[in-house]
Design a protein around this ligand. Structure first.
Ligand SMILES: [Zn+2]
Ligand SMILES: [Zn+2]
Ligand SMILES: [Zn+2]
Length: 326
């Protein structure tokens, strides 16, 4: 396996065959008993029956022991798949989904996301730590047992780079965070807001790429998801996330969820060198959820331009009308 860079778009692409381990009769790797034999990266509670457990991904895309070996091949750039790839097992119960857990349990999963990001960022080689969840077959989920994934990479993913540079530009012109500005305007207009809990907002973004795209943001500025400010009460975020997913589950069979936080600033060299100065003021963590509807024909990208047949204002209205408590 190796990672190659597209010289035009600057996207990094992981190339090569993954070791195929999927054996239909194999036991679920995340069930108690089976998962217990894997290396434990984080566990809660520390003793007794676990609720949340983090283990290395059984079929990792990136590995800690790899030598980055950044090399040139003529004009091209490539490197070895150095990094980390972990699985957060969200519940020991095989058939439960994240949205079926209690607010307290979801809060614990959200805590595990932040704890792993903070821990992996201690390694200055890792430039970015991603937390994501592919839920449902259409989203390419690898196991049905509720889990999210963490990857630490020695490059910053392209979408994050775009966000960082756009946020940086916005700040340079206005001395304000673009995400804070978005929350203020959405608050005022109200029409794209799906739900609110305390100071946490769930909204359909103005230029939603797919029907029912949802972002979760905190009203208070903070660039680091993994470092909640005092009084930010993550239990409210957990409650909001649970309600949003219970609504979505009634209209979309699958979704991608991703946590966007600031990159690792321990390594100030390289591709983002120019951005660090105002990063703490211009970037703002958020969670993005991209549902996948069965009727794919209604939402597809034509030459990289998204076509979304469903207006975000209508999507938010539909989502608000769904009872999240059933
Ligand atoms: Zn299982
Ligand atoms: Zn902000
Ligand atoms: Zn984002």
């Amino acid at each position: 396996m190796e990672i190659r860079r597209d010289p035009i778009t600057q996207s990094w692409v992981v190339c090569g065959q993954r070791e195929q381990t999927d054996d239909k009769d194999a036991p679920c790797p995340f069930d108690p008993g089976v998962a217990d034999s894997a290396k434990t990266l984080l566990i809660w509670p520390p003793e007794g029956t676990w609720q949340v457990r983090v283990i290395p991904h059984p079929d990792a895309l990136y590995r800690v022991e790899n030598d980055p070996g950044r090399a040139a091949e003529g004009i091209y750039d490539k490197m070895g798949p150095l990094g980390a790839h972990e699985v957060i097992i969200e519940t020991p119960e095989h058939d439960k989904k994240l949205w079926q857990l209690s607010d307290e349990q979801i809060d614990r999963v959200v805590w595990a996301w932040g704890t792993r990001i903070a821990d992996l960022k201690k390694d200055a080689r890792f430039k970015y730590v991603s937390v994501f969840q592919n839920q449902g077959a259409l989203a390419g989920e690898e196991w049905t047992h509720a889990h999210s994934e963490v990857t630490a990479t020695i490059f910053v993913p392209r979408r994050i780079k775009y966000e960082l540079s756009a946020a940086h530009e916005w700040f340079k012109d206005r001395e304000r965070c673009v995400f804070c500005d978005i929350v203020r305007q959405e608050e005022k207009q109200g029409k794209r807001i799906v739900d609110v809990q305390g100071e946490y907002y769930a909204l359909c973004p103005y230029a939603s790429r797919v029907p029912f795209e949802i972002w979760l943001l905190h009203r208070r500025h903070n660039h680091l998801f993994e470092q909640p400010r005092p009084g930010s009460n993550r239990r409210q975020l957990a409650a909001l996330l649970g309600r949003v997913l219970r609504r979505l589950e009634k209209i979309a069979p699958a979704f991608h969820l991703v946590v966007h936080t600031a990159p690792n600033t321990r390594n100030k060299k390289g591709e983002l060198a120019g951005y660090w100065k105002t990063l703490a003021d211009d970037y703002h963590w958020h969670i993005e959820i991209m549902p996948i509807l069965e009727k794919r024909s209604k939402s597809y990208s034509i030459k990289e331009v998204y076509f979304n047949a469903n207006l975000p204002e209508q999507a938010a209205e539909q989502l608000r009308a769904i009872d999240p408590n059933t």
